[in-house]
Design a protein around this ligand. Sequence first.
Ligand SMILES: Cc1cc2nc3c(=O)[nH]c(=O)nc-3n(C[C@H](O)[C@H](O)[C@H](O)COP(=O)(O)OP(=O)(O)OC[C@H]3O[C@@H](n4cnc5c(N)ncnc54)[C@H](O)[C@@H]3O)c2cc1C
Length: 383
Amino acid sequence: MKHDVIIVGGGPTGSAAAAMLSREWDVAVLEEHDVSGLPIQCTGLVSPVVMKLAGSRQEPLNAFRGAYIHFPDGRRLSVMSPDVKAVVIDRAAFDQELAEKARDAGANFLYKHRYLGRRYDNYNHIHTDRGDMKCRLLVGADGQKSRVADDIGSRPPREWVRGMQVDIALPDGSDLVDIHIGRKVAPGFFAWRMPCGDFTRVGLCVAWEYGPPSSYLHNFLRKLGLEDIKVIARHSGKIPLGGRGRTYSDGALLVGDAAGQVKPVSGGGLQPGLTAVRCLVETANEALRLNKLNASYLKRYEKRWRGVLGRELGNGYRLRQIYTSIGDDEMNRVAEMVDRPDISEILNSGDIDHPSELAPHILRMAPGLLRLSPRLLMAMLMR
Ligand SMILES: Cc1cc2nc3c(=O)[nH]c(=O)nc-3n(C[C@H](O)[C@H](O)[C@H](O)COP(=O)(O)OP(=O)(O)OC[C@H]3O[C@@H](n4cnc5c(N)ncnc54)[C@H](O)[C@@H]3O)c2cc1C
């Protein structure tokens, strides 16, 4: 069967791209599961911007104005705003909503179809576990373990972190999230306690070299005194950090986790992924209309999305490198240096999609922070 576009992955980026491209083209979406959005591999914390980008009408589970950040020595910093800074959503329902929109726009969803590989000769010959297909443009929206990315020879992400979370039967409607940092709690990342209205979501990620996150999660629940509360759901997954290599090749483009479009500080992939979808759709429409689907034409996609997201993702990764290179004592010293009303005001003004934009302001106020990593921090200030 011949299509203009085949998208591998019926997750949020695949469905969002399918909805937009189906306005003009014959689009098929290959999804290996029998439904979009399951199993859940996400906490579902997003900025209100993401709901707009997705055109979602979903009622969030809860809305947040800020967070408490807990440091290893027990110090607690608060970041608060009068406005809603983030919401927590039901990720399965969100993914299903986006898939339904794409189907309404005309995309053909082929569930239980696994992409296995491709051969390219000015046409993509796609091999699936349910037979072979052809298309002019292949879009890899197949998540962090992207097979499409491997097939086009894109360098793997610099690292992955492993995450695990539980939903526990503890109703909590607070509008503040608790974030815990420190090597004992969640080495190489952070832990969260998120009030979700009828229940509470508790989870963490750890850097790859620290092994599976289950024992850290068990200890974290104990530390919070929540280990005996009934678990109603359990999710786990991997987050690619540090970006991938090339996100285009002859006849193919990558988007979302498959393209390494993930915020390095928080691990959030929905905002960058859905932002990049727009760059992808713009490029794909032009390329399909002109029938110029070679790598030298599709390259403009990479230029476009890096133009919008590159600075935040690059600086975010520099912040992450500093964060993972310091020990608990240095983290505590950072807390001492930034626990001031003027810096608190700066922190309160930030947003979860652009955390690195605050760094230059904070460094100006607390230049002692430069000692943490002069090279990386200066590189951030120069960009
Ligand atoms: C523990 C954890 C917590 C997270 N929390 C947040 C958060 O709070 N906020 C946030 O913004 N992000 C969060 N993320 C990241 C977020 O989940 C991802 O960035 C997002 O799902 C990426 O969307 P995507 O469409 O690119 O890929 P995915 O959602 O991974 O979708 C890829 C789809 O492709 C399908 N697929 C894969 N391979 C094939 C194949 N060979 N053939 C056919 N189909 C295939 C998969 O089944 C899947 O449906 C979290 C991730 C984890 C692991």
